[in-house]
Structures are given as C-alpha cells and as structure tokens.
Design a protein around this ligand. Structure first.
Ligand code: IDC
Length: 475
C-alpha cells in the first residue's frame, strides 16, 4: 500500500515537472524556450536613441520613443552577427503620458518593431527604462504628472557634465523618494504597475517576448539610504513584490528580470537586495539582471592591472546569485572603441560571461560612441568583439562553454536530454569561420548534425542521455 502511494506521488511529481518543459530544478538558473531548451541570450540594447530627455512637452516626448533601427538592421543582427536577443527599451511616459490615459498608438508602433525581432526567432526582453527618473528632470522614464519634486525646480546643468550625477540634485532626490516611499504618493507605483500590465497584455501571447526587466537601474534618491542598504531592503524590495504580484495577475509565463540598485553595484559594490520571490504558479522564472560598469570605465582605459575590478564585480554578483537562487543576465556593459585596452577588456569580460554561462545585452546599439556601428552605419570595431561562437539553445543542461577568440576555439560541455525533441544550436560566425568548421564530438556516437546557412547555426541532436563534449575550430 505504502509503495503504491509512493509510486503515485512520484508519477504526480514527474508529470508536474514535465509541464514546465522538463525542468526539474526548484530554482532554475537558466531561461528556457517553449521546448524546454536552455537559452543563452546574446544581444544589444535598443536603444538610447528612443529616449526623449529634458523635454518639457509630453507630446514631443512620446513621439520620440522609437529607436533608430530598421528591419534590415535587425535582419543583419539575427543572421550575420548571431544575436538571438534584444533588450528593448520602453518608457512609462510613452505608455501613460497623461494619468489614466494609456496610449495604444505607442504600443502599436512598438509592436511593429518587436515583430522585426520575433519574426526572426530573436527573444525580446522589454526594459522599462528610466535614467534620472523623468524627462522633466532632464532624464527619461516617468511622465510629468508622475514627477513629484515637492516644488523644487530641476537644475538644467549636470554636475561635472556627467549625466548620472544629476541623481544627486534635490529635485531628482525628491522625485525618487516620493515614488519609492509608497506613503503620500501610492498612486505613482500603482500606475507604474498598471502601465506594465498594459504592455504585458499587448505582448504576452508572443512566445519570443521572453520577459520583463522591471525597472532600469533603480535609484532611491537619498544617498545614505541607497549606500547603506535601506533603499534596497525597505523600499525596492516591497516595490518589486507589489510589481511582480501585478505582473503575475496578468501573465504567469514570462521571465522576470530584476536589477539591484544601480548606484555602487554597477561599479562592483555589494547589493543588499533581499531574495526576490517569483509569485507565479509553478517553478520560479527569475533572472538577476545587474549592470557591469566597473570603476575603470570612468578612467577611459582598461589594462590587465584593472582586471581585479572586474573580478570583484563578478565575486559579488556570484554571492548575490546564490542568495537569489537564479541565473544572471548582464543587462548593460560597454566600452568605447577608442579607449586603450579595448580588446583586452572584451577578452576579460567575455571570459567572465562564458564561465558564468550568463546572458548579456551590450550597451548599446546606438551608432557612434560605444556603439557597434559608426555614425555612418558602417561597423565599428566593437561589432567584431561582440560576435561570438556560443550555444544559443541547449537540449539539456550546459556544464561549461568558452570561446577563445584569439585561438578561434570553442569548447562546450553539456548533459544531453533526449526527451527534448529539438536540437542543440551553436552560432558559428562566418567571418571567423570563412571556410567552415571542424567539429569534434565526444561522449556520444548517436547524433545527427546539420547546418543552417542562413542563420549560421550548427544543430546537433542526440538520442542519448549523456554528457557530450564539443570542440569547434575553423577549417
Ligand atoms: C546613457 C546614454 C547617454 C545618455 C544617458 C542619460 O549612453 O547618451 O545621455 O544615458 O540618458 C546606464 C544607463 C543607460 C546609460 C548608460 C551609459 O542605464 O541609460 O546610457 N549607463 O552611460 N547606466 C550606467 C551607464
């Protein structure tokens, strides 16, 4: 009798796991596709050009909220550069420029652009962007009706010419405080949640819209509260709880990308954010999504001596990932092509990203500056750095992967799951493999191999539940 009950329990447990695409871990580290494959996401932020800053007119602000790109650039991203994802910026003031007046036209035009990506099998992370809280404060994000400065007039000049130091200005401090305190102005968070629900209702049925980045670079305003943990523990945490609850009311399926506070954590300091719980029915779908701008960035140079900053950033994030019990998406990182040490920076950064098997979005796609395109839309030297061999979908669990760009060798180990009826896919950039590739497979002899010449993707499918080792080199 006891054994029968045990058997029933095991069957129920197995079946309930299957519903989530064969995912059997309580706290999955990866993002999965609808077939149950692990996804590794590589892509760009799209884009700063969609911001409308320092513009007192709401009308002009929301008219500008579309990025610079066209469908043919998206096509090139998917096929030539091998990006399988985009962190796509949307703005609260575009969605709800006037209180309770949600602008469907903004979502219509956004939907046209999102389709450029999803038609090509690219995954879209919608990022509710803000910097310096609002366009009224010479930043972007919140509509003017939701910008409560307690009468303090914003300063038009950025301290030391650095945009992010505006966060110290009194009008900006007040606006953030009033948003996060959730006492006098509850309406602000409540409407931020409503705005998200509008966006989600529009996009949730598209399987390639993979998730939602709750708020770009949350900042508490008050610097003491921010630096000593009070902001993340007492304000950001309950805000995320409210927001995730609001999201799960309308969408139980997508991934939640959540960021720690930006100030200090971007540079590599500790985050104090408590464990953020998913409130979905089923296994949590969460990604920790910090930004990586270690201190040396402000010095406009990278040398091997500065690698420590990057390693410290990594060590702190790994500690936080243990607490959060999920995987990591590095939502932003970037480097100027003219700064000394550019190639070394990318080498160290991507070694770090590969060894943590994390997802990333480069800041940003905007032509010029740090962008992978020049102002005349030819490629900048950045593009060559971002194009990498990587396993974009894995029928099983990845154990490790690494692309050594100098040696042009890609090493990859994974545990194959034969229950997944789709192949493991590896992007192989044509420019680094002009005569094709040499593939060495170890661990199984029972496999099929094919190559998609349009997307430059190698597909491997094995019927065995075995650990498979793959090595790729140019012919
Ligand atoms: C920057 C843009 C810059 C713009 C500024 C303020 O590159 O042109 O003036 O925003 O809107 C972030 C932000 C991201 C920043 C980026 C680079 O999330 O919006 O873009 N950055 O400064 N955090 C750290 C760096």
């Amino acid at each position: 009798m006891k054994n029968t009950w045990l058997l029933c329990l095991m069957i129920i447990l197995t079946l309930s796991c299957k519903k989530d695409g064969q995912i059997n871990s309580e706290n999955p580290r990866f993002v999965y596709d609808q077939h149950g494959r692990v996804l590794i996401l590589h892509g760009l932020n799209m884009s700063s050009s969609a911001k409308a800053e320092g513009n007192p007119s709401d009308t002009l602000t929301y008219l500008k909220h579309y990025p610079w790109t066209t469908e043919s650039f998206v096509d090139q991203e998917a096929k030539e550069y091998g990006f399988n994802a985009v962190r796509y910026l949307v703005f609260w003031d575009g969605i709800e420029p006037h209180k309770d007046n949600f602008r469907e036209a903004y979502l219509d035009s956004t939907a046209v652009r999102i389709k450029w990506y999803t038609d090509r099998g690219m995954y879209v992370i919608l990022d509710m962007h803000q910097d310096v809280y609002s366009h009224v404060l010479f930043g972007n994000g919140a509509p003017s009706w939701a910008t409560e400065t307690d009468g303090v007039v914003p300063d038009s000049v950025a301290p030391l010419g650095l945009w992010w130091l505006r966060n110290l200005q009194p009008a900006v401090v007040n606006a953030y405080q009033n948003f996060f305190e959730y006492t006098d102005y509850k309406v602000l968070q409540d409407h931020y949640i409503l705005a998200w629900q509008k966006v989600i209702n529009r996009f949730k049925d598209n399987p390639y819209v993979i998730g939602y980045d709750l708020m770009n670079e949350p900042h508490g305003g008050d610097l003491v509260k921010t630096m000593f943990g009070e902001f993340e523990k007492e304000q950001l945490y309950p805000f995320y709880k409210r927001l995730i609850n609001g999201i799960r009311e309308v969408d139980n399926e997508k991934w939640i990308f959540f960021e720690p506070r930006s100030f200090g954590v971007n540079f590599g300091l500790d985050s104090y954010l408590p464990k953020i719980e998913d409130q979905r029915k089923g296994i949590p779908r969460m990604q920790y999504a910090p930004h990586c701008y270690p201190l040396f960035m402000e010095e406009s140079i990278y040398t091997s001596g500065r690698k420590n900053h990057l390693l410290e950033w990594e060590q702190r994030r790994k500690k936080e990932l243990e607490k959060q019990g999920c995987g990591m998406h590095i939502g932003e990182f970037g480097f100027h092509p003219d700064w000394p040490g550019m190639e070394l920076f990318f080498k160290d950064f991507f070694e770090m990203a590969d060894r943590n098997m994390c997802n990333w979005s480069y800041w940003s796609s905007d032509p010029g500056g740090w962008g992978p395109w020049n102002p005349d839309l030819t490629e900048s030297p950045i593009m060559n750095q971002l194009i990498r061999v990587y396993p974009r979908a894995i029928a099983g669990e990845p154990i490790s992967f690494n692309y050594d760009r100098d040696a042009k060798v890609f090493d990859f180990v994974y545990m194959n799951n034969p229950d997944i009826d789709m192949p493991t896919e590896i992007f192989i950039p044509e420019r680094f493999f002009p005569n094709g590739y040499i593939l060495v497979v170890n661990g199984t002899t029972d496999y099929t191999e094919s190559y998609d010449p349009v997307y430059h993707v190698l597909k491997i499918q094995s019927g065995e539940r075995k650990q498979i080792t793959i090595k790729l080199q140019p012919k």
